[in-house]
Write a protein that binds this ligand. Sequence first.
Ligand SMILES: *Cc1c(COP(=O)(O)O)cnc(C)c1O
Length: 438
Amino acid sequence: MEQQFTRRGFLGATAAAPVALQAAEERPAILGGKPVRTGGFPRWPIVGQTEEPALAEVARSGKWFRGSGKQVARFEEAWAKITGAKYCLATSSGTAALFTSLNALGIGPGDEVLVPPFTFVATINVVLLQYALPVFLDTDPETCQMDAGKIEAAITPRTTAIIPVHYGGNPANLDAILAVSRKHKLRVIEDACQAHLAGWRGRNVGNWGETGCFSFQESKNLNCGDGGAIITNDEALMGRCYSFHNQGRKWKGGGEEFSYASVGCNLRLTEFQGAVLLSQIARLEEQSRTRERNAEYLDSLLREIPGVKPQRTYPGCTRHNHHTYVFRYLKEHFAGMPKPMLLKALNAEGIPGRPGYSPLNTVPFIKKVLEGPAYRRLFSKERLAQWNERNQCPGNEQLCRESVVFSHQCLLGPRTDMDQIAAGVRKVQAHAAEIAKA
Ligand SMILES: *Cc1c(COP(=O)(O)O)cnc(C)c1O
C-alpha cells in the first residue's frame, strides 16, 4: 500500500499523533495502557521430529523396562560422557536420585544435613524421609546460592552431609563448600537438578561431590516428563546406588533373579523415558547456548537500570546453565513497590516475571514433622527446640523479597525478546510512583 504524504499533512500528523501515541504507549498496562509485549515466549517442552518414532519403536519392541531394553543404558552412557563422570545411573526422578544418594551414603536417622532454603522442596523432603534433621544455611542474595561462609558455624558433631543446590543452573560456591566439607568430613551430595550443563572450573557440576543428582522433570532444561540421574566417580558408591534403586539387586553380574544384597526400592527409569531423553539430549547443547547468549545480553541491559541487580556468579563458575533467569529489584528505585505489585505490573506488560521460591526454612509442615513421634524418639528435646534458632536466614529473606524469576524458556527466543523484557522493567520503573499510588 502506497501512502502519500504532503508536507502539510505529514506535519499535521506528526504534530497531533505522537502525543496520543506516546500517551497510549507509555501508560502502564496495569493502568489501562498498551502492554510492551503481547506475543508469547517459546513453549516448553520442545517436541522435535525424533520423539514420536523413538517412542513408537519402544512400544513395538515390547521392551519397556530397563532390564529388557537398551534405551536407559544408552542414555546413562551418553549422560556420563556429557558430564564427564565415570558412572551414571538413571532414576525415576531427581527426588529419587537424591533419596538414593542419601541411602547409599548411609545418611539417616539422627544425622544433621545442611541444606539451602532457596530450593525446591524435594531437597528437604529426602532428608526428612531419612529421619535426618535438615539444617538451613543462609543464602547469598547476590548469587541465590548457599552462603558458604556460614557453613562452619552450622556444623555440629551430628552433621554428616551437605546438599549444595546449584539453583537455577548457577553453580554454588564449590571451592568453599568442598574445603569446609573435607575439613569436617561431610559427605557432599550435589543437587544439580537444575544445572544440566553447568560447569565449575571447566568441569561439569555433579562431579565434585560424592554424587551429583539431576532431574528430568518436564520443566527442566533436559526432560522426559519425569526422570532423574545420579553421576559419581566412585565405583563402589555407584554399586550401592544401583542396588538401592533396584530392590537391592547387585549392580554387576546381577546374580540370581530373586537374590538381593541389601534393602532397596524401585526407582528405575523406563525405556520410554530413556528414549525421550536420547531425543532431547541432542538439542541440549544448542538450546543452552541460546540461553547463555540471551542471558548475557539481558544482563547487560538490566545492569543499566538503577536498582536492578542481575544474579551474579562465583569466580569458579565456567558455565551457568540458566534454568532460571533472576534479577533483584531494590524497592527504593521503584517507589517502594512491594514485590507482588511489581510482578503484577510487569505481567500486565506481557513480561512473565514470577516470584520464585518462598523461604523453606519457615514452612509449617517441617515443624510439624519434627514435632511428630519419630523425631521425638530420635532427637532430644533440646536439639529440636534449638532448631528454630539455628534456621534464621536473613539473606534468604532479603532474596525472597527482591527476586524476580524468569523460567528458562524466556531465554530461548530471539534477542528482541530480551529488549522487550528490559523495556518492560524500564517502563514499570518510569511509572512506579503512579502505579504504587493507584
Ligand atoms: C526439580 C528439582 C528436584 C526434584 O526433581 P524431580 O525430578 O521433580 O523429582 C530437586 N531439587 C531441585 C533443586 C529441583 O529443581
